[in-house]
Design a protein around this ligand. Structure first.
Ligand code: CMC
Length: 431
């Protein structure tokens, strides 16, 4: 079988090389297309465009498969935790006991923000969205480090320290953003707490009393982080790679990722799902009115938490989260009417020809909001939790682009559809 593609254009035949990935994914290599033919390709939304080769995460959207460095998400969800999975994603292998200790110690050593950063927090109005604060403050954090300000990959920086600093400080910044939005003073991280427990402590403790850390709550949040840790070339990760391709520093690149994640079609969907369920509940709808509206393009409504560009099957993360959601609600003895609405919506949508024909299944965000609500995470912090979880993926993609010797600045082309040559008309002559 030929491993070359043939393209006929303007009466000429061009031969294009092809590429096959380790899971047999196939691509036509068009790197030399414009130089050889004068043509570019158009692919609105990049649905058919591979922007890179990568060995971090594999997704088979038709089969509902997700693997980090080859390991199925189901195995990691059952046996690993967020910090260990972060190491796997960033460094490519599961850590040894010694490596894990080194990694955790680096987190602890790098968890404090520069004290002057507290003044920046004060500058935000109360009620500012924590995602705005998060991206601004990740970027601001880079101003406190000479090496980050004069970043040159491979020259003077110890990348491992910046990895740990970003992963550790994103949690501190997230907690401070929340406390700022509530007008509360910051709570410092505690040496003895592990990653996820420390975040909950910084968010919910007060200066006189530590927050009670229920093991099932810590475990549920850690699982949410792990399930979000990477997802190949999605909108935010591609943004990180885009910014990184200009040789911007790690913090600046990941701050851009936070902005891309914020939108309701991406990470902001977890907040949008809860708002949708609350609206359905308030209106006393059993879900059927909302489903009818979601099928009508002109209604401006969508069934949030449903559909995915890549998954044309059940999102494997949604399966895990749905089960965890049932367990946590049972353990915490919570009866959430929104969970009942969500289950009814899912059942109705999965039988409805509109959703069936378009292969629209629940995605990770459909149930993650309910579980976060149950463990006491405020709704405006949902997408921030997604950002903390996604940080290892962004860092690994940043590292991959920096380590690629042939890496070029990302610079797509366009087909121009505006005016042809036009001329300046003085103001007094304009009609
Ligand atoms: N509700 C109703 N209709 C939908 C939905 C939905 N949630 N999602 C897609 N469709 C329809 C869409 O209108 C289109 O219909 P038609 O064929 O008649 O034009 C068809 O299904 C194909 O959808 P698309 O918009 O071309 O799909 P896309 O790949 O461009 O968008 C998506 C993917 C996730 C943005 C979209 O499904 C969506 O907006 N879902 C709701 C938001 C959401 O849950 N986002 C979280 C994604 S998972 C977390 C993450 O990784 O970001």
């Amino acid at each position: 079988m030929s491993n070359q593609a043939k393209l006929e254009l303007d009466g000429k035949t061009y031969v294009l090389p092809t590429l096959t990935g380790s899971e047999n994914e196939k691509a036509v290599d068009i790197s030399a297309l414009r130089a050889n033919t004068g043509y570019i390709t158009i692919d609105d939304g990049y649905g058919n465009t591979g922007s890179c080769t990568s060995n971090i995460t594999f997704i088979d959207g038709d089969q509902g498969i997700l693997r980090y460095r080859g390991i199925p998400i189901e195995e990691l969800a059952e046996k690993s935790n967020f910090v260990e999975t972060a190491f796997l994603i960033i460094y490519g292998e599961l850590p040894t006991r010694a490596q894990l200790k080194w990694f955790s110690d680096l987190f602890t050593a790098n968890q404090y923000l520069h004290e002057d950063m507290t003044y920046h927090f004060q500058g935000f109005p109360s009620g500012a969205h924590p995602m705005a604060i998060l991206s601004a403050m990740i970027n601001a954090a880079s101003c406190y480090d000479e090496d980050l300000m004069h970043w040159q990959w491979g020259k003077n920086q110890q990348f491992d320290i910046y990895v740990a600093r970003l992963l550790s400080q994103v949690r501190t910044i997230a907690a401070y953003s929340y406390r700022k939005s509530k007008g509360l003073p910051p709570i410092y991280p505690k040496q003895s707490y592990k990653y996820t427990a420390n975040l909950l402590h910084m968010m919910f403790s007060n200066p006189y009393e530590d927050f009670e850390l229920k093991p099932e709550v810590v475990k549920a949040l850690d699982l949410i982080f792990l399930l979000h840790a990477d997802h190949e070339q999605n909108c935010s990760t591609s943004t990180v790679r885009m910014v990184a391709s200009s040789q911007a520093n790690l913090f600046a690149s990941c701050a851009a990722g936070v902005c891309a994640l914020w939108g309701p079609l991406h990470g902001g969907a977890n907040q949008a799902v809860i708002e949708m369920l609350q609206q359905i509940h308030k209106e006393g709808d059993d879900g059927s009115k909302f489903i009818t509206a979601a099928k009508d393009r002109n209604s401006g409504k969508k069934l949030m938490g449903f559909g995915h560009r890549v998954y044309k099957n059940y999102d494997p993360r949604a399966k895990i989260i749905k089960k965890a959601c049932d367990e946590v609600l049972l353990k915490l003895n919570i009866n959430d009417p929104l969970l009942d609405i969500a289950k009814r919506l899912e059942e109705a949508a999965l039988k409805d020809p509109y959703f069936v024909e378009r292969k629209l299944y629940p995605n990770v965000d459909f149930y993650s909001g309910i579980i976060m609500r149950a463990i006491g995470i405020p709704v405006e912090m949902f997408t921030v939790m997604f950002a903390i979880g996604r940080m290892p993926g962004w860092i690994a993609n940043y590292k991959e682009i920096m380590e690629e010797p042939k890496s070029r600045i990302y610079r797509p082309r366009q087909i121009y559809t505006g005016h042809t040559l036009n001329h300046y008309v003085p103001l007094e002559d304009r009609k």
